[in-house]
Design a protein around this ligand. Sequence first.
Ligand code: ATP
Ligand code: MG
Length: 256
Amino acid sequence: MIEVEEVTFKYEGSGINALRDVSLELERGKIYGIVGPNGSGKSTLLRLLNGLIPHFYRGEMKGRVLVDGVDTREASVAQLSKKVGLVFQNPEHMFFSETVYEEVSFGPKSIGMDPEEIRESVKWALEEVGLWELRERSPWSLSGGEMKRLSIACVLSMKPEFLAVDEPTIGQDSLSKESLLEIFKRMKGEGKGVVIVTHDLEWLDDLGPDLVFVLRYGVVIGGGDPRKIFSDIRNLATNGLIPPYRYIVDSLLEVG
Ligand SMILES: Nc1ncnc2c1ncn2[C@@H]1O[C@H](COP(=O)(O)OP(=O)(O)OP(=O)(O)O)[C@@H](O)[C@H]1O
Ligand SMILES: [Mg+2]
C-alpha cells in the first residue's frame, strides 16, 4: 500500500505550494484516476509516489509518503522503482538508447534482474504495448504515440507492483487508447495498483477506475466513487474538465 500523509510540497524557488496537505491511500488491485486543471499538482503528486520528490526535485516537503510502510525519504529511488513504476508526462525527452529493445532493457538491468528474466520481461513489455515488431528501430524514429507506448513498456519491463502513468492517452489513436485500457485492466487483474493522471475523462470512465481524486491548486477537493465525481458536471466544468458524454446526457435528461 502507498500512504500519502498530509504532504505539502513547494518547489525550490517557487512562491506557492504545488501540493497542500494532501492525504490519500493507494492499494494493490485497484485503479485510481487523478484529475484536475493544468498546474493543479497532478504530476507533482506522482513524483512523490516513487521518491523523485524529495530525492531528485529540490524543495520543501512536509508530511510523509510510505510505500509498504517504508518512508520514501529512507529508501533510494532505485529501491522504490522496483515497487512503483512512473511513466512521465513527456518521457520522450529521456530516450538515450540506439534501439527500442535496448531502451526497454535499461530499467530491468539497472535494478539487477538476471539476463534470462530481462529477455523475457522486455519481450513481454514490448508485446503488451504492441511494439515488438519495432524493437530494432531507433526510439527517435517512432511516432509520438509509439513513443508514449515505448515509455510505458520501459516501466512495465521492471514489473512494478504499482504503475503510475501521467497522461497516457495524449496523442494516441482510438485503437491504441483501447489497447491501453486492456493493459491497465489486466494489471489490475494481476493484483497491481494502477494510478492514472488524465484530462480524458471519457477514456477514464471506460477504464472503470475504483476511485477518482480531483485536485485543484494543489489541494484534493474531491475523492470518491467515479459515478459521484463524474456526475458533478458543474464542478468538473469549473475545473476545466469535460465530463464523460453519458453523464452530460443524464444531466440534460434530469433537467428536461
Ligand atoms: N520542476 C518544477 N519546478 C518548479 N515548479 C514546478 C516544477 N514542476 C511543477 N511546478 C509547479 O508546481 C505546480 C504544479 O505543477 P504540476 O506539474 O504538478 O501540475 P499538473 O497538474 O501536472 O499540470 P498539467 O495538467 O499542466 O500537467 C505548478 O504551479 C507548476 O508551475
Ligand atoms: Mg502534469
